[in-house]
Design a protein around this ligand. Structure first.
Ligand code: ATP
Length: 519
């Protein structure tokens, strides 16, 4: 029987290796040693990503969920330009405020996001006096601290046996802004204390130049989020489509962020794809719509196969909120338990109440009225916006992590348990042997099925090896043509998860597959 995966036993290295080995994801520019924070999708990764993209588009734009009154919501799509007038990013607050604080380690040459580096001290429980200097670690838990300071911390901990000897580890908020504390802090992997630099603000937008002359006037930016392309087209959509508030505008596309520390495979990269929807509503109704979207977005990820135990909703703390969400009712993240965050969770999607911040900013900076006249209420107002903003690339990673299922009893030792709707290959067709008329029947079936689904015909190697290959890429069904097929016109279907086999009529295969893929 397949063994249950646990987030803590599956290692990211194994997942990355499978992605490389089976053509899901490769490092970008691999021939030249790669480029940090950029990835290429191989044939199967592209199919998987397209399937997730299409599922989102279908479930948000073509067949959006029903609203609280039971009527289908109205959501339309746009596809805006990656490069926009640079004034867009001044108005949106990205030129002034889309920064991450960065610190460098002069000794190890490592670079960190200051908000992700926690400084700890060891304190006496009775007096509160601190002993032994300060220790920095990425992530705010003791385990991380000990892992990154194996020798120094371990000896301190052995020496004091911490709590039993009356000591404890305490994080020191704001420590990196204090030059005295910084001077006494031991950075991860460093031998000397005091090697961290003062935090500096670093703007995450990629700059480029438009046109032949490269000067301050020709500076432009690669968009750091798809959302602004939606706000820019709010009026165009209102003027051209028969939409009335409340309604949504959706967009899927690339976004670029010059992340200080790209890491964890495609989780944090410098070029990635987003799936964002801006839901425009009356300000008074924003809190209800916010709750509605928080709930729907979590259920949507569940419907794709992410398990309940690996998903959670987390409300942003006040100091974490993006510049636009400051005055709103907040931001909830749909979080997923990735192997590198386990037992904790990492952001998969944010649902934010952006208030009327963006529309107001563009109205002011562009000098164009963006208010909405609500005929039903006979009222003119600036709509509020609820934004579910998901990462397409992060979604792909979550699906891959969830699907990865070790099974020592299978020849492949692991199989990918993708939801059939998302599986990159829906079915494989195998002639048992490459003779006796079987390849011809297989080729005909392949032609019939490929018109509607990505399917693969595989004639080489023994059947066990062919099944193993399909298990590793998560193909839910394999159809085998054997000697009986030639006499009774039936094929064997092998189910990936249960390993059960059954025989169905050759002329039923297409319907069998349609039913399972769309259902
Ligand atoms: P984080 O806190 O992880 O940096 P964020 O809160 O800045 O993310 P948003 O601006 O809300 O992210 O973007 C919406 C979604 O886009 C995120 O939930 C995530 O799935 C995705 N995303 C953001 N930055 C990256 C990145 N560098 N690489 C891959 N996906 C990203």
């Amino acid at each position: 029987m397949p063994t249950e995966t646990s987030r803590t036993t599956v290692s990211m290295e194994e997942i990355v290796a499978l992605c490389k080995r089976r053509g899901f994801i490769f490092p970008a520019s691999e021939l030249y040693g790669g480029i940090n924070g950029f990835w290429d999708y191989g044939p199967l990764g592209t199919e998987l990503k397209n399937n997730l993209r299409d599922a989102w588009w279908n479930d948000m734009v073509r067949c959006p969920p029903a609203g609280p009154d039971g009527n289908a919501l109205s959501i339309v799509g746009v596809d805006s330009s990656i490069v926009q007038n640079p004034r867009v990013w001044e108005a949106s607050g990205h030129v002034g405020g889309f920064n991450d604080p960065m610190v460098d380690d002069r000794e190890t040459k490592a670079r960190y996001r200051a908000d992700q580096l926690t400084v700890f001290t060891i304190e006496r429980l009775d007096t509160g006096a601190h002993v032994g200097g300060y220790f920095a670690a990425e992530g705010a838990d003791d385990a991380q601290l000990i892992a990154t300071h194996k020798k120094s911390i371990a000896s301190l901990i052995r020496k004091f046996d911490l709590e039993t000897c009356g000591y404890r580890l305490v994080p020191v908020p704001g420590a990196l802004d204090d030059s005295t504390i910084r001077g006494a802090t031991l950075a991860p992997g460093a031998k000397e204390r005091g090697t961290l630099t003062e935090p500096r603000q670093f703007n995450l937008m990629f700059k480029t130049y438009v046109g032949a002359v490269q000067d301050e006037d020709s500076v432009a930016y690669l968009r750091p989020e798809t959302a602004q392309g939606i706000f820019l087209n709010f009026k165009n959509v209102l003027d051209t489509m028969r939409v009335r508030i409340p309604f949504g505008i959706a967009q899927i596309g690339k976004a670029f962020r010059n992340e200080v520390t790209p890491r964890n495979f495609i989780f944090r990269s410098r070029e990635f794809e987003q799936m964002e929807m801006e839901w425009f509503c009356h300000p008074d109704e924003a809190p209800q719509w916010y709750e509605f979207w928080c709930d729907r977005r979590r259920t949507w990820w569940q419907s794709l196969g992410l398990s309940d135990e690996n998903l959670c909703m987390r409300s942003h703390d006040d100091d974490e909120r993006a510049h636009y969400a400051k005055t709103g009712c907040g931001t909830f993240d749909v979080e997923y338990r990735f192997p590198f965050t386990a037992p904790g969770f990492g952001e998969l999607e944010g649902v934010a109440h952006r208030t009327d911040f963006d529309l107001k900013q563009h109205q002011q900076h562009a000098g164009v009225k963006l208010e909405y006249f609500d005929q039903e209420r006979n009222e003119r107002y600036m709509p509020h916006v609820i934004e579910p903003a998901a990462g397409l690339s992060r979604g792909v990673l979550a699906l891959i992590c969830e699907a990865y299922t070790p099974d020592p009893d299978r020849p492949s030792k692991v199989y990918m348990k993708f939801n059939p709707r998302l599986a990159p290959i829906k079915a494989a067709i195998f002639p048992l042997v490459n003779k006796d008329g079987m390849p011809e029947v297989a080729a005909r079936l392949h032609d019939e099925l490929r018109a509607n689904h990505p399917v693969q015909l595989d004639v080489k190697q023994n059947i066990g090896k062919r099944y193993a290959r399909m298990d590793e890429v998560g193909t839910p069904y394999c159809f085998t043509i054997d000697a009986d097929t030639l006499t009774d016109q039936t094929v064997t279907v092998r189910h990936r998860d249960s390993l059960q086999q059954e025989r169905i009529g050759l002329d039923h295969v297409a319907a069998f597959l349609d039913e399972r893929i769309s259902g």
